[in-house]
Design a protein around this ligand. Sequence first.
Ligand code: BGC
Length: 896
Amino acid sequence: MNSIIPTNLKTEYLYNPLGIDSSHPRLSWMIETKTRGFLQSAYRILVSSDRQQLLDESGFVWDSGKVNSDQSVFVPYNGTPLLSNERYYWKVRVWDTRGNLSAWSEVSEWSMGLLSQSEWKANWIGEVFKPVEGNREVSFFRKSFTIGKPIQRATIYATAFGAIEVSLNGSRVGEDYFAPEWTDYHTRVHYRTYDVTSLLHVGSNAVGSILGEGWYSGHIAWYGKNLYGEALRFMLQLYVRYEDGTEETIVSDSSWKESKGPIAFSDFLMGESYDARLEHDGWNEAGFDDSAWRSPHVYGDFKGWINAQISPPIRVVEEKEPITEQKVVPGSLLIDIGQNMVGWVRIKVTGDRGSKVTLRYAEVLNPDGSIYTDNLRTAKQTDTYTLKGEGIEIYEPKFTFHGFRYVEITASADVKVTQITGRVIHNSMKSTGKLITSDSGVNQLFSNILWTQRANFISVPTDCPQRDERMGWTGDAQVFSRTASYNMDVAGFFAKYMTDIVDAQRKTGAFTDTAPFLKGFSDWSTFVASAGWADAGVIIPWTMYSVYEDRRIIEDNYDAMAAWLAFLVKMNPSLLRTDTQYYGDWLSLNASTPMDLFATAYFAYCAKLMAAMSEAVGKTEQAASYAALFEQIRSRFIEAFVAEDGRIAGETQTGYALALFMELLPEETRRKAAAHLVADIEQRGWHITTGIHGIKYLLPVLCEAGYEEASYRLLLQETYPSWLYSIRNGATTIWERWDGWTEEKGFQNPGMNSFNHYALGAVGEWMFRYMGGIDKSSETPGYKHIQIRPFLNDSLTLVDCQYESSYGTIRNRWSIVDGFAELQVTIPPNTKADIFIPYIDGEQVYESGEPVLYVANNRVGESIIDLGIVGPRRVFQIGSGEYRFRTRFKSNGAGK
Ligand code: BGC
């Protein structure tokens, strides 16, 4: 038995993906072994278009040969050109530094999509177009066809201006919702690929599709309908490869039939109206009589891009049962799901034909127990179902989603709702983070952050999922992106979002404040180029590169980022950024950070990140010039905003946090500035004043400056304003504003009061990096070189933090018991880690019961290296494996 094996094979951003349209997909794997200190020294990848040939090793499109390299993340395919619509199988084996060879991995696969637009033989079809005032009935499309001989494989490619649900012989195809998801439809539309081999059979078959409005023509934000157009249409291509090697393609064209059905409307913001009496039984099966259905309209070609979706699709990822149910008024039920969530409920219901059930969704309740909907603005979030009266009926909406914890269900007396199930949706990214501590409030905070991410990662990172907004606000997204990367594998999700950001970029080079950018804005200068928002175009690629080693996200977006920097320099020749004044540190409390300071800090930060990214992709000259630009902006920042005694203009927590985090201060001023920052926090009774930007940086800079105690006080603060204040008041997701609800004033500002906004949850990054101590070394991208540097504080006695990196699980579980700190650490194969252990001068550090220095020097084959004492910590470098460190710990409790 070989004890080393590559696992978790990934192609591009996904496991076994269908329909990749990258001509050199990148292959990644993890390695499973119990060996301590495992490092890969070489790999061999085999790729074949035939599974059996791959297993027999008898035929390949790529044999990498033995490549001496420790790379196991994003290795680009480098074999013979890959063909459209083909399937590829691959496996990998690795060598360690001692020459041991692993077993072969299991076989993983991917399929290529349609590599050139000319391979789309289908027509765009839709209903015969006429402008529609108000609600639009949903169209159903169908086509019958005959399959004459045994099938080897069948694949559907589908795209739409709208949201499409495809079915074959009565069965739903795939599990996607709202495909092909939101892009800037003027420029680009996605397609999805489905393997339908098992759904087709020899004889008569039928393909059907239902076409909802989605983001294309449904309500978006406060801009109303038809932002992209009115002509909903789709294109579908079904490839059949027969066992005898011949092929056939069935495409969307004028031979299809179209009809309206039970869905009077289905809209993201407004909800759905469904009349089961109007269903067409068997409409998507062969043999259905469609003679009364119309011919569709055939539309012209789309001149933009038709690309495969690179992010994991939106799916139902969990179901939730209500925790309570109570009657509010006669004929009305109030359901509490117990968790603010996004999706809808599925109901089982009986009643008379023609009776109606109305479901209204809300996040919170009024003091009288009724649902609070003022904060939804014009979004109705209401589903209506009309019964057909045929026993148990099951209903869930198709093309809408709601942000809610409560559902008010109203119906006439004959109606019985027998089952209610919450259906939770989001882009189906793999969960990667776990965090448990000794404090239930902190645990709930982590859960709230996670649920807020789940709620808002719906095709694009949205600000909120309930009111008439739900837009891809770039500022919120960049602030939260690193936190998001701890919670879930968001590499593909943000790579896709970068295409939205770049598609939205203005001709001037300006990035926008929302992406996709809605062209319904009347004033083109509004919602563009705002500091802290538009800068997401630089900060997000940097974050993804740092976490996932994704160089391609830099390469693909480099020119766009360079154009943004050029725009900033042109608009701000003095290098003080005064061109944009929009929102600043949005939603800060009783503290106003000067706009120029805020904007100039972000300007400098972008220049600095551009220098690092230029370096990463081998653009040395550009790296030097961006580094020089950073220094110039920094000097201007210091002149304009920093006093010698370390005070920063405005004296806000955010001002200090930005300047410290972005390294804008002279070395000798840093310490003084940090002291002013802490003085401000203390003077406010250990309360936060930052808005959505400062919050990302505040706790990290406190720890870096030696004030970890202050960071724990803020974390554990229970009085207003604080995270735990919202939790004490029932929050199960992160609130948009610190004062969303207060004992004193009740609900605030209904026009802008979401209870599901992730930005203030950007503290999740600090929870993993500083509290849990799982971080990457700043020198190298990704977690190849890990840093375990927890900031222990005995206001917590236990923090158990786990993160699934590209190399495998990293875990740090620290506890404080009887004056001793214990760290149980897991480091994945093919990485090394610097581990920072709290250190009292002269005290021993033990590893698995033995003095660590003894272990480092004497245990044969051991991979512990002593790196010496750094401040209050002793640092060791360790290789992969499981370790248990123990040392005496000096109490430093704060917090509670
Ligand atoms: C959104 C924010 C966004 C902001 C811009 C709000 O309406 O909900 O999260 O960043 O506008 O200031």
